[in-house]
Design a protein around this ligand. Structure first.
Ligand SMILES: [Zn+2]
Ligand SMILES: [Zn+2]
Length: 299
């Protein structure tokens, strides 16, 4: 059984999770969860199947999405993930934006593959796209590169270190990425509540406290307080555990508090569904806060 009845952060095969929406729902039920938030990266494709699967078990699905956002170093926004909860997944504006993000990713991957070709590697766009059903990611490119060029690479890590990692030889920026402020606005517009994801799990070049304050200034309505950081993500400049620090900050800034495991189903993952999350009482407060902050969605 899980420790918490509510886990608001999980992923399915619609993005980078290993469980199909149905499998994820079944696991949540086995773990004794009452409420499951599904927040795939830049897509809502897993939600309909999950809703259908959850109905027979009386499990509540909170429809959500996790946006990747544009780098704004001065604001300490580097690789920030912005969550939208209780969103309307069929909202036309949302689906238009998701379509643009998707196309931007596809264009980026094509450029990366062309760069790798220019370095003399055996790899084609067709090779890579044949291995994926949705949008290809860098791991797909790396896998094909490894397979087609066995004499050049020993490990996938080596490919990332030399070519595909941030600012490495085959790095290409994405064409269409929302800023934190734009993502917050979009979430409001589609009837949801915006939440800054896992403030303690970003690049060491940002101060998580400053990032939360700046997100508040951009209009964010909540922060993901309860998250399985373990020891490595604790703030080094404070003896207060990082989670309590963020919880106090949320109170000070009048931000809603969310929580979850960010479960992807990977074999080495330490936190299973519900190992971190909200109590029923905390979830009631979160839902209430969303209803109070709700802007009537425009269609
Ligand atoms: Zn995230
Ligand atoms: Zn996530």
């Amino acid at each position: 059984m899980s420790l918490y009845p509510v886990d608001l952060h999980s992923h399915t095969t619609a993005s980078d999770g290993t469980h199909t929406p149905t499998q994820l729902v079944e696991r949540a039920v086995q773990r004794g969860l009452r409420v499951l938030g599904i927040a795939d990266h830049d897509t809502v494709d897993g939600l309909a199947e999950a809703q259908t699967a959850a109905e027979q078990f009386g499990l509540e699905i909170v429809p959500a999405i996790e946006f990747s956002t544009r780098i704004e170093r001065a604001k300490h926004f580097v690789g920030i993930h912005l969550l939208g909860y209780f969103i309307n997944p069929t909202h036309p504006t949302l689906n238009e934006i998701i379509g643009k993000i998707r196309q931007g990713r596809i264009d980026q991957k094509i450029k990366q593959i062309e760069l790798l070709q220019s370095f003399g590697f055996a790899i084609t766009v067709e090779d890579v796209f044949a291995t994926v059903t949705g949008v290809p990611g860098r791991p797909h490119i790396a896998a094909v590169l490894m397979e087609k060029n066995p004499e050049k690479f020993q490990t996938i890590q080596q490919i990332f270190d030399e070519y595909l990692g941030a600012n490495k030889k085959a790095h290409v920026g994405r064409e269409f990425v929302l800023t934190v402020g734009e993502a917050i606005e979009l979430v409001k517009q589609i009837g949801g509540v915006s939440v800054l994801a896992h403030p303690g799990a970003y690049s060491s070049e940002i101060d998580p406290i400053v990032a939360v304050r700046n997100a508040k200034a951009e209009g964010v309505q909540g922060v993901e307080v309860f998250y399985p950081y373990h020891q490595k993500h604790q703030a080094s400049n404070s003896t207060m555990p990082f989670i309590s620090q963020i919880e106090n900050l949320a109170d000070e800034l009048n931000l809603l508090k969310s929580g979850g495991t960010d479960f992807h189903g990977r074999p080495n993952e330490e936190a299973d569904l519900g190992d971190m999350g909200l109590t029923n009482q905390q979830f009631a407060v979160f839902r209430q806060g969303w209803q109070e902050k709700l802007v009537k969605p425009e269609m």
